[in-house]
Design a protein around this ligand. Structure first.
Ligand SMILES: NC(=O)c1ccc[n+]([C@@H]2O[C@H](COP(=O)([O-])OP(=O)(O)OC[C@H]3O[C@@H](n4cnc5c(N)ncnc54)[C@H](OP(=O)(O)O)[C@@H]3O)[C@@H](O)[C@H]2O)c1
Length: 248
């Protein structure tokens, strides 16, 4: 039996276990199993690895995507650049970390924009773990970007910057990516504080949130005839990339 699993805390609403268990059943993969490993502290990680010798692959979720790095033997180049890991391979006792959120986002963005010209400038809303994978994807696509944060560091914008009429950030940044959890079920009425009246049909709104499938942020875009996209394809993409890595 090849064992896979997810570490994080808490894990009550995990997408991955259902995704992989359904996949194994649908595709007749009989020798694989996917389990949840809720760890109250990352210090329990070596214990888990020692106690499960048939474990060959792991996914990592909140709050351990960064904290797990010191426990790994090797880092994929992209994961090192991003500074966060969401996938681990375990081979001959050696642990290697990858970031498949990067691939999930990049592939979903590329397919979605499709035949349209790729936007030249983007706003990344939020500065948490997922925003780092988004940033790396934009850099590799040649898209200029600025972070928007509630507590901006140097070079970042705050939401007031977007809402003052002196600046025309939305006029030049036609790709807007929500990497905040705003709008996630059950808080479906929440949305980033943007001047939505400045949206045009040239704007692309990408929400990493996938529950609900149409968020309040996306609905503002739909109302303004923008292109909108939720995070579901990215979610499936990052899982499939993990599967590819575990089997490579
Ligand atoms: N679709 C996918 O495959 C996928 C993959 C990864 C994550 N996600 C989703 O992306 C979201 C973010 O994940 P994450 O891991 O980056 O979370 P995170 O580390 O908690 O970061 C979220 C960031 O959003 C901002 N934020 C948090 N609460 C906010 C609020 N009330 N108002 C405005 N901004 C707020 C914060 O940035 P500032 O403090 O700078 O404002 C924070 O750093 C989650 O909803 C997650 O489910 C989706």
């Amino acid at each position: 039996m090849r064992k896979f699993g997810l570490i994080g805390f808490p894990l009550s609403h995990s997408f991955s276990k259902k995704y992989f268990s359904d996949k194994f059943e649908k595709e007749g993969i009989a020798d694989c199993q996917y389990e949840l490993y809720p760890l109250e502290s990352i210090e329990q990680f070596p214990e888990l690895i020692a106690s499960a010798p048939d474990l060959v692959g792991l996914n990592v979720t909140i709050p351990y995507k960064e904290q797990v790095i010191p426990y790994l033997d090797e880092l994929d180049e992209k994961a090192a650049a991003i500074g966060a890991v969401n996938t681990i391979t375990i081979r001959n006792g050696k642990l290697k970390g990858y970031n498949t959120d990067y691939h999930g986002f990049l592939n979903s963005l590329t397919q979605w924009v499709g035949a349209n010209p790729m936007p030249e400038k983007a706003l990344i809303l939020g500065t948490g773990g997922a925003s780092k994978a988004v940033k790396a994807s934009l850099e590799d696509s040649g898209i200029d970007y600025q972070f928007v944060s509630r507590s901006p560091e140097e070079g970042q914008l705050c939401y007031e910057d977007l809402n003052t009429t002196a600046h025309q950030h939305l006029a030049t940044s036609t790709l807007i990516i929500n990497t905040t959890p705003l709008g996630t079920h059950p808080n479906v009425d929440q949305l980033p504080d943007l001047p939505y009246d400045q949206l045009t049909q040239n704007h692309f709104l990408f929400d990493l949130v996938y529950n609900p499938l149409v968020t309040a942020f996306m609905q503002k875009g739909i109302d303004a005839k923008c292109w909108v996209k939720n995070g579901l394809e990215m979610l499936h993409g990052q899982a499939e990339k993990a599967w590819e890595i575990w089997n490579s």
